[in-house]
Design a protein around this ligand. Structure first.
Ligand SMILES: Cc1ncc(COP(=O)(O)O)c(C=O)c1O
Length: 419
């Protein structure tokens, strides 16, 4: 099989200084099972550059205090740092105001917040919420819980054989009963990049708000929420070089003021008496209790790292890796690719005849290669493709063509073991 460079003349690392990038990620130097780490599981969680690790350490060594409540030096410093990350997020997604940015624990919490608050105020029995067959469970189960409380109905847009949303079906599902569209931007199991701009246009033409699950988009795709026009966007810091424990829920313009609070507690109030509470304005209204201050502060370093490398360059690099991996893995005997939509993100999902995906992942792990096997929290999608599980390799800015070769060699070994 010809390499990508031989086939198209593209030098994959031309867009990025890959050696310099890799030197920023200390964990890439470890040797699990005595072999160099080949980390192909960034869709589950990304690795962290030194800049983020240092920011987290510095926070606990020099800046730690509780935010918003003190007049002392550390409280003021922590508050300042926390708010600086909010501004960095605003810039990163081009939100109009920092008041449209709420920190959550992760994507899951952001979606649960909208399902709970929006459901309480705007959804009634017989109303419909539109999701799709390719959603992560975190964009299905919160709506089911809300539907159980309100009597609403969940409808799922079907997925085509190559793993795209059936847009004709989507359009025909939009109707007077539709209260909200909640769809993923990028599928974690297929890599499909959905036509989110078109989705928002179609829904808005009928006055229907749109929530986008941006968990797999924010790490890879430049985001401009003002030009996109979505009403809600949820994503996770840990998938985009940031620490675990911090996520973002963006809500356009006035939404946060129109929605009732999700959780009650400190920091989200204006006044409290035993009889009644009045609430603070957004974003505080949706940030009850002490948040993950250190991870939020360090998340800024992740955003700045992505900005300094450039999402366009990252995207080109991932596309080169994906093209190479797709050509070489699909040439192996007994491989079935799950998800072959054009313009995919850097996710390669596949099955191998006669071998369970968990066995593939276990054998690769013996060579230090980390991929994911399972249903990837997308059981309805697995059912759609008639497989309970897939093996999934996912690429990010620090992966190399040599690692693609290691994956292919590893899969050849799997084939031999199960010959
Ligand atoms: C598409 C998608 N949505 C939502 C999530 C949930 O993210 P988190 O576990 O960070 O809340 C994931 C995680 O893999 C995902 O891939």
């Amino acid at each position: 099989m010809a390499t990508l460079t031989e086939r198209s003349g593209v030098t994959p690392s031309s867009a990025l200084d890959i050696e310099r990038i890799r030197a920023d990620f200390p964990i890439l130097g470890i040797h699990p099972r005595g072999r160099p780490l080949v980390y192909l599981d960034s869709a589950a969680t990304s690795q962290k550059p030194r800049q983020v690790i240092d920011a987290l350490t510095r926070y606990y060594e020099e800046e730690n205090g509780n935010i918003h409540r003190g007049v002392h030096y550390l409280s003021e410093l922590a508050t300042l740092k926390y708010d600086e990350t909010r501004e960095a997020v605003r810039r990163f997604i081009n939100a109009e105001s920092v008041n449209e940015v709420v920190f959550t624990r992760n994507t899951t919490e952001g979606i649960n917040l909208v399902a709970s608050s929006y459901g309480q105020k705007f959804v009634r029995a017989g109303d419909e919420i539109i999701v799709s067959q390719m959603e992560h469970h975190s964009n299905i189960v919160p709506w089911q819980l809300m539907a159980e409380r309100t009597g609403a109905l969940l409808r799922a847009v079907p997925v085509t054989d190559i793993g795209e949303l059936d847009m004709n079906a989507f359009e025909s599902m939009l109707g007077p009963k539709t209260r909200l569209v909640a769809l993923t931007w990028v599928s974690n199991s297929l890599g499909t990049v959905n036509p989110v701009k078109r989705i928002v246009e179609l829904a808005h033409a009928r006055g229907i708000p749109v929530l986008l699950d941006g968990a797999q988009a924010a790490p890879h795709i430049p985001i401009d929420v003002q030009s996109l026009g979505c009403d809600f966007l949820a994503f996770s810091g840990h998938k985009m070089l940031g620490p675990t424990g911090v996520g973002v829920l963006y809500a356009r313009a006035d939404w946060f003021n129109r929605l009732p609070p999700y959780q009650g507690g400190g920091d989200m109030i204006e006044t409290v008496t035993i009889e009644k509470t009045t609430y603070a304005k957004a974003p505080s209204k949706f940030e009850a209790g002490t948040p993950a201050i250190g991870p939020v502060v360090a998340f800024r370093a992740a955003i700045e790292y992505l900005e300094s490398v450039g999402l366009d360059a990252i995207h080109r690099h991932e596309m080169a890796l994906l093209e190479e991996a797709t050509a070489r893995v699909s040439a192996l005997r007994g491989i079935r690719l799950i998800g072959t939509a054009p313009g995919k993100a850097g996710v390669l999902s596949f099955t191998m005849d006669g071998v369970h995906p968990h066995d593939i992942a276990t054998i690769l792990d013996q060579s230090g290669i980390a991929i994911r096997a399972g249903h990837h929290c997308t059981q309805p999608l697995m059912a759609r493709f008639g497989c309970g599980a897939t093996a999934r390799a996912s690429f990010y800015l620090y992966n190399t063509m040599d690692e693609v070769s290691a994956l292919v060699a590893g899969l050849e070994r799997v084939r031999e073991v199960f010959a």
